[in-house]
Design a protein around this ligand. Structure first.
Ligand SMILES: Cc1cc2nc3c(=O)[nH]c(=O)nc-3n(C[C@H](O)[C@H](O)[C@H](O)COP(=O)(O)O)c2cc1C
Length: 296
């Protein structure tokens, strides 16, 4: 059971970032959490800004901006930048500003993206700034595991949309490892059993539709020859030829040594094919092959 709460763009968790831009030698910083990944290659990020924000006037297509991720030790400054407007207070005075590609960024933030605004989408009171990432900077003292430091090391401030800030907890798993065991388990229990009637029928129908024995053997992990036998039974006796009861019937038919030898001889001489013998004497193809082998 679920209950509805007032509708909200609930994507979570959201990291807090400080957006930075320079306009006519003045540097502006504003806290944002409405950030989203819009592309990986090229790396594109969308930032949503309300029209009322002072920083809005400084942003346009072609502007270079910085997206600065503060760590939890910077919570007071990040929160101040989220509640006081640049029109009443110079927020840049809170930080040491450095420059890259002529773009101001916050030196104290462990991760900084330098980006270029390539498009703006207007949605009611808001503008979504589509930004292409030009540089990704991380503090050089941070331990780097395959280029991206662990979230616990980056220690971002997480916004909960419930009016509270959070911090990252513990690592609980690794990508493409956690689901693997579950997937293998499901595959083992749920995969169609290749020797069931339905699976045999499916394989024969796929053969009818033109798939090769080789492809079917690979797809269902069944010997090529086994599929040939099933298909022979299917074409001779129809669906019934694939049932267990029919297999028992073919396995139970009794023959004397002389009868067996006669059948083998007739197959050898070309008087009968395996299929003819199977149909006429109601004996399975595998038994026939066995007799041939033994007499050889
Ligand atoms: C946690 C948090 C996240 C915020 N995220 C955004 C945001 O994504 N976009 C936005 O326009 N305002 C956002 N705000 C509000 C601005 O940070 C705030 O209005 C700020 O004072 C604007 O500064 P400015 O007028 O100097 O631009 C957020 C506020 C908080 C508390």
């Amino acid at each position: 059971m679920k209950k509805a709460i007032p509708k909200a763009p609930l994507v979570y968790p959201l990291p807090i970032a400080l957006l930075g831009v320079e306009h006519e030698t003045k540097v502006y910083y504003t806290t944002v959490s409405n950030l989203s990944v819009m592309g990986e290659m090229p790396p594109i990020i969308g930032v949503m800004i309300d029209k009322k924000r002072a920083i809005m006037k400084q942003l346009d297509v072609g502007s270079m901006i910085s997206i600065n991720y503060p760590d939890t030790t910077m919570i007071d400054k990040a929160d101040l930048c989220a509640t006081v407007s640049g029109e009443t207070f110079d927020k840049a005075s809170l930080f040491t500003t450095d420059y890259l590609l002529e773009t101001p960024y916050i030196d104290e933030c462990p991760v900084v993206l330098i980006a270029h605004i390539i498009d703006i989408v207007s949605i009611k009171r808001q503008r979504v700034f589509v930004c292409e990432v030009r540089r990704t900077l991380i503090e050089d003292t941070l331990a780097v595991d395959r280029n991206i430091p662990s979230m616990n090391i980056l220690d971002p401030i997480i916004y909960g949309r419930d009016g509270k800030y959070y911090k990252i907890g513990s690592v609980i798993g690794k990508t493409s490892l956690e689901g693997r065991t579950l997937y293998q388990d499901i595959k083992k229990h749920m995969a169609p059993k290749p020797y069931s009637f339905h699976c045999k029928l499916k394989i024969c129908q796929e053969k009818d539709a033109g798939k090769s024995y080789r492809k079917l053997a690979k797809a269902y992990d069944v010997y090529h020859e086994t599929i040939e036998d099933w298909y022979a039974l299917y074409t001779m006796f129809g669906r019934e030829g694939l049932t267990k009861a029919f297999a028992h019937k073919l396995a139970k038919t009794q023959f004397t040594k002389a009868e067996k030898a006669d059948i083998v001889r007739r197959i050898r001489s070309g008087e009968l094919t395996y299929r003819d013998a199977c149909q006429r004497y109601m004996v399975s193809l595998s038994r026939l092959r066995n007799w041939m082998k033994k007499t050889r």
